[in-house]
Design a protein around this ligand. Structure first.
Ligand SMILES: C[S@@+](CC[C@H](N)C(=O)[O-])C[C@H]1O[C@@H](n2cnc3c(N)ncnc32)[C@H](O)[C@@H]1O
Length: 329
């Protein structure tokens, strides 16, 4: 049975306000999903304006293609990972863009679709790949990774206090029967966490499922390794808007934006900068933008979302800032 693609775009008005959409500008949505944000971006474009929508999930590509059919004259849809934005733009002959949106994580469609294995609330085959052709599924991780590697992802990607105990029990359990479905994993998690701690920090399965999902899709590595490359694709004045859903992602974005605003690596005791590293732009959101009370009421899944925005500056402006920091002006 086909599952309807349902997803309410988060921080919708805030994204539109911050992307500074120009009717003739070129924009990239690196996490197209059901095209909730993208449809509005494309609708604001006129002749000359273009939107490039990217998603690694073929179901999202199909849903977005349908949703964007009335604006298809100004849209290019690409099935790929956003880590390849620079190469995708190069292949399309685009030298620079005026705005890029990344709305990270999984869509409600992916979470709610029992075929995808993201949910601990129903019994599903353990998959968790956003890209259905991705090389590593949750099942592969749970049935083959050793205890040390499992502990590391549960601790680093799930911030799970009982990481080593859950990892040891995963390894023990699979000697009797390999992991097949989400319920197999739920049982091991519940058996590994003391009863009195089970609901103390929300559903005890949330952290392990998050960790396995992040590992499966290399989510933090893709983000960390590509923010700078993606920022380099912006025209001066162009903006990078990133929505995150947990502190691990948000920390990566916050630190990358700060570093790109001030990349100076001189010791703090130096009176002026001598490294001469040039900024890429400025941080627009000193504090992240979070959902309004109204949005929280209408969409529970927006609760942990945070939007951070970075604006690219021109080379001349970057040089002026660097000269000032070096005491040359
Ligand atoms: C939160 S949803 C985006 C929803 C979208 N903004 C909307 O309004 O419908 C995230 C989407 O990004 C996709 N995604 C996540 N990481 C990705 C990556 N590294 N490359 C490409 N797509 C990715 C997921 O497959 C999912 O469809």
């Amino acid at each position: 049975m086909a599952v309807e693609f349902r997803h309410i775009p988060v921080l919708f008005r805030e994204v539109m306000d911050n992307l500074n959409i120009r009717p003739d500008g070129i924009y990239v949505d690196g996490t197209l999903g059901g095209a909730g944000h993208s449809h509005e971006i494309a609708a604001r474009l006129t002749e000359g304006g273009r939107l490039i929508g990217i998603d690694q999930d073929r179901d999202a590509i199909a849903a977005a293609t349908e949703h964007l059919s009335d604006v298809s004259d100004r849209v290019a849809i690409v099935h790929d990972n956003y880590e390849h934005i620079p190469e995708i733009l190069r292949d399309l002959g685009i030298e620079g863009v005026d705005g890029i949106l990344l709305d990270l994580g999984v869509s409600s469609y992916q979470l709610d679709n029992p075929a995808r294995g993201f949910s601990y609330n129903q019994d599903e085959p353990l998959d968790m790949r956003m890209d259905q052709e991705g090389p590593v599924s949750a099942k592969d991780i749970l049935n083959t990774w050793d205890a040390a590697k499992l502990t590391r992802i549960l601790r680093d990607y799930g911030e799970e206090k009982f990481a080593s105990r859950i990892a040891a029990n995963i390894v023990k359990e699979r000697q009797t029967k390999p992991f097949e479905t989400t319920v197999d994993l739920v049982k091991v998690i519940r058996a590994s966490i003391p009863m009195r701690m089970q609901e103390k920090f929300g559903n005890p399965c949330k952290r392990t499922f998050q960790a396995v999902r992040i590992a499966c899709n290399r989510e933090l590595d893709v983000l960390n390794d590509n923010i700078d490359r993606i920022t380099d694709c912006l025209n001066p004045g162009g903006r990078l808007c990133i929505i995150t859903f947990h502190s691990l992602e948000d920390r990566i974005v916050k630190n990358a934006f700060r570093r790109n605003e001030n990349p100076c690596t001189c010791p703090p005791e130096f009176p002026v900068c001598v490294c001469g590293k040039m900024p890429k732009g400025r941080v627009i959101t000193k504090k992240p933008i979070t959902p309004s009370g109204e949005e929280l009421e209408n969409n529970k899944r927006s609760a942990s979302s945070k939007l951070r925005v970075f604006e690219k500056i021109s080379e001349e402006e970057a040089r002026e800032i660097t000269d000032r920091r070096m005491g040359r002006k």
